[in-house]
Every structure is written in C-alpha cells, then in structure tokens.
Design a protein around this ligand. Structure first.
Ligand SMILES: Cc1ncc(C[n+]2csc(CCOP(=O)(O)OP(=O)(O)O)c2C)c(N)n1
Ligand code: SF4
Length: 282
C-alpha cells in the first residue's frame, strides 16, 4: 500500500518531550498522515503534559486534554457531533498512553468501540506510567523494573494483550506498530482513517527516560523490540489477524535486554526462559 498525502508540514513541534521521545515522534507521524483536518483527545499523560506549557502550543490542530479515564467517551461525543453536522471528513483521534488505555480508560475504550462511532484510538505504549514517575502499568512487560516494581521484585506478569481485547469487540480495524517502522505505522494510520467506524492502533514507543537507554538509540531500540520478537507488527481486519512484518533475522532477546537499564537485573536463566517463551509463540 502506498501512502498518499503525507504532509511535509510539521503540525506538532517544539514540545517539552525528553530528547529521543518516541511518543512525541508518534504524534508527529500521525499528523503527517491525517493533516489539519484532525481533532485530538489526549488524556493525562506525557503527551498532554509536554504539550501544554503556556504560552507554547505544539499541536497545530485542535486538541483537548481529557480526564484520564474518559478518552473513549470523549471520542464518541466528538464523533457524534461531527456526524450530526455532516463533518465525517474530520479525523477524531484519541492519543492515550498505556496506563490510560489498558488500565484506567479500558471501560471507556470498550464502550466507544461498541458504539460504532468513527474514530482512531491510538495507544502509544511506553510500557509504564511515565509522566508520574515510571510506575508499572498493565502493559509493562514481564521482567522490567519500574518505580513500583523495583529489582528484585520486577514486573512478574505478562503484558495485557490489548489486540486480543479489542479484537474481541469485533472492531473493524486494529493494528500494532512501532515508531521505529514509521512507514508501516503511517500506512496503518491512513488505513484506519478510511474506516467508517472505530479503529485502534497500538504503537510501541520507546522511552529513553523510563527504559534507561541513551536518547540517540530510540530508533534502534524499537527495531530490537521487533527483531527480538518482544513486539510484533500486525493487523486485525475482517475478523483475521495478519503479521505485517517478519524480521529477516531473529535477534536474541538478551541483546534487547542488555541495552536497557530496566532489564539489567535479569539473571541468565530468566532471560533464557523468556527466550524459550518467545520462540514457542512466534
Ligand atoms: C484519575 C487520575 N488518576 C491519576 C492521575 C495522575 N496521572 C496523570 S498522568 C499519569 C500517568 C499516565 O500514564 P500513561 O497513560 O501510561 O501515559 P504516559 O505518562 O506514560 O505517557 C497519572 C497516573 C490523573 N491525572 N487522573
Ligand atoms: S518520560 Fe518517556 S514518554 Fe515521557 S516525555 Fe520523556 S521520553 Fe517521552
């Protein structure tokens, strides 16, 4: 699939995001595809925080900062309003972190998908509640340390499978992506924008501050996540899952772990157990 209408214009710029922040990159890439005809709903998270320092306004499209739990509800209300006015050409976009999606906003997301209204819900997944000090979320991967799961009591549960959760709603379109594969991500955003109903995109967004790697390695770390099998790029459409990218060579998960402070405490036998699990499931 070719990308049409990718804008050279930057519709999100000069935010206060940390150097190397892939979540900020995800907003930029989204707006390059959707353009000015978009309205954003952003609950409490890093993106709302780094975008709302008066008098700066990095969003060059309308955005509203929503209550943490209410992204889905707000998307339905805005989408219903545009529908009533015959403005279904406007993209209504939710941009929520992993905590806001998989934990506190999950009932609102569920109801919104059920409503059938047209919107794109984007979960940018930096794998913890970063904005408030790196607390674990339902999407923190097994083995990672956070401020609430410090070593040696690291996160001992697997990530919630959000794709299977949204697929169970019989959603018309859902996809996973990673900011280190920008074309793949933008193609999925474009595809979602053409669906006349609810859509969900789950984009892995490496966070140098919370994961513990230098900012210049953001793209490399995202690639390592996919190449090691820790993250998969896929779509759910017409009731079927489809892998959209298969790495040419599978990297050992140990390389991905070694590159980040949050996994440094893992012992060899723990890494080997995770590797066996990935090998069995991919
Ligand atoms: C009801 C409610 N509880 C807690 C908070 C405090 N809070 C603001 S942002 C945030 C973390 C958001 O985490 P996530 O959704 O993963 O996004 P990230 O910060 O990682 O970008 C929390 C706990 C809040 N604003 N509202
Ligand atoms: S803490 Fe992480 S997600 Fe938040 S602004 Fe910094 S790099 Fe981005």
């Amino acid at each position: 699939m070719k990308l049409r209408n990718v804008s050279k214009e930057e519709l999100y710029r000069c935010s206060y995001g940390c150097a190397g922040c892939a979540s900020v990159l995800a907003v930029r890439l989204t707006l390059k595809v959707l353009g000015r005809n978009s309205v954003f709903v952003v609950p409490a998270n890093c993106i709302s925080t780094v975008s709302c320092y008066y008098p700066q306004a990095p969003f060059f499209v309308p955005m509203t900062v929503m209550a943490f739990a209410a992204t889905g509800a707000a998307l339905c209300g805005i989408s219903a309003g545009f529908k009533r006015r015959g403005r279904e050409d406007i993209h209504v976009v939710g941009f929520s972190g992993d905590g806001g999606t998989a934990d506190i906003g999950i009932q609102s997301l569920s109801g919104a998908i059920d409503s059938g209204y047209k919107f794109i819900y984007i979960c940018y997944d930096n794998e913890a509640y970063m904005n408030t000090g790196i607390q674990r979320s339902g999407l923190t991967p097994y083995g990672a340390t956070t401020s609430t799961t410090p070593s040696p009591c690291f996160e001992n549960r697997p990530k919630k499978d959000m794709m299977r959760i949204v697929a169970a709603h019989d959603i018309p379109y859902a996809a996973t992506a990673c900011t280190s594969y920008p074309l793949d991500y933008m193609q999925k955003v474009e595809k979602a924008s053409k669906v006349n109903g609810p859509t969900y995109i789950h984009v892995l967004a490496p966070c140098p501050t919370g994961w513990g790697f230098p900012p210049e390695r953001t793209i490399e770390i995202g690639r390592m996540a996919v190449e090691s099998g820790m993250w998969q790029l896929m779509e759910f459409e017409g009731g079927e899952f489809r892998i959209t990218h298969t790495p040419r060579r599978r990297r050992p998960v140990a390389e991905y772990f070694e590159a980040q402070a949050r996994f440094r405490h893992l012992r060899l036998e723990e890494i080997e157990a995770i590797q066996r699990e990935i090998d069995a499931s991919r």
